[in-house]
Design a protein around this ligand. Structure first.
Ligand SMILES: NC(=O)c1ccc[n+]([C@@H]2O[C@H](COP(=O)([O-])OP(=O)(O)OC[C@H]3O[C@@H](n4cnc5c(N)ncnc54)[C@H](O)[C@@H]3O)[C@@H](O)[C@H]2O)c1
Length: 273
């Protein structure tokens, strides 16, 4: 541990699944600024071009892209092989991949059907990415971490892994525009269980498992939604995407060395009352 800066992530090799997403890309940029070596692994290369190409050029930063499908074990194994070939080691893995319905027009409206009409294929797809994906990542990564006898796997939860949604906040002008789907909530409750299971299962090793639980990030939501969402929090606002950077740096650094099986909750006080 660097004694002068306990939050240092300098030279740590960090692999971020879902690293092209809203939160994953923010983590990637923050951690590379802190001198970590960042491997962005995502299904969507297009988002890498959008989110990182200008950033890489302007800041002269080394961020590397690996195409991966977290629902496919071979694809994760391939990705790990390439990262190890490039850097010779891997210190921390963050799983920020998810099927999380974003609030933009392109999005498939089917995902927002009422509970009674919710398509079973959407339920399956969501659980496959959010839970089976997390399981496969853990299975592949612990093999390597067991070999080097250390390592840290960080999954990303949600305030919807702690409480059920109030569907009323998704109402616009008296009409229920969309419903937050059950699969998202189930997968976020489930990831807490998986995190605890892994920490307990590997208790005799030095491999650590933790969860970071963020809450609603201000993005492309309507004014009305933001107002209703904000009223559920004690700080009376949604979060900004950069407000999780300190927490992820803490988790990736040696400062979190006594932490395993835990859930670091950052929700503006949403789940307090
Ligand atoms: N955005 C929020 O307001 C919010 C709030 C609370 C929790 N979270 C959690 O934070 C995490 C990140 O959320 P986000 O808002 O950045 O989501 P996002 O949709 O912007 O990013 C998710 C990323 O996962 C990738 N992905 C999806 N399926 C994949 C697959 N099969 N293989 C590889 N990559 C795949 C997507 O391409 C995308 O880049 C999620 O776990 C989410 O549940 C987000």
């Amino acid at each position: 541990m660097k004694k002068d800066n306990i939050l240092s992530v300098e030279d740590k090799v960090i692999l971020i699944f879902g690293g092209c997403g809203l939160i994953g890309s923010e983590f990637s940029k923050h951690l590379v600024n802190q001198k970590a070596k960042i491997c962005v692994a995502d299904l969507n290369k297009q988002n890498f071009t959008i989110n990182f190409n200008d950033y890489k050029k302007k800041n002269n930063k080394d961020i590397f892209f690996y195409k991966v499908n977290v629902t496919d074990r071979k694809s994760i194994e391939n990705c790990l092989r390439k990262v190890l070939k490039k850097f010779g080691k891997l210190d921390v893995v963050i799983n920020a991949s998810a099927m999380n319905a974003p609030f933009d027009k392109k999005f498939n409206k089917k995902q927002f059907s009422s509970f009674e009409k919710y398509p079973i294929e959407m339920w399956k797809k969501s659980l496959e990415i959010n839970l089976t994906g997390a399981l496969l990542i853990a299975q592949v990564i612990v093999k390597y971490f067991s070999k080097i006898k250390k390592g840290h796997l960080i999954n990303i939860g949600s305030n919807y892994g702690l409480v059920a949604p109030d569907q009323g906040i998704y109402e616009e002008k008296g009409k229920q525009k969309l419903f937050k789907p059950a699969d998202y909530i189930v997968s976020k409750f489930g990831i807490i269980g998986l995190n605890k299971y892994l920490a307990a299962y590997f208790k005799k090793t030095k491999i650590r498992f933790n969860l970071l639980t963020p809450s609603g990030v201000e993005h492309k939501q309507t004014k009305n939604f933001k107002k209703k969402y904000s009223s559920k929090t004690l700080l009376n606002r949604m979060s900004f995407k950069h407000e999780y950077n300190g927490a992820i740096q803490f988790l990736c650094s040696d400062a979190s060395s006594y932490m395993t099986g835990s859930n670091l909750i950052i929700d503006g006080g949403w789940t307090v009352t």
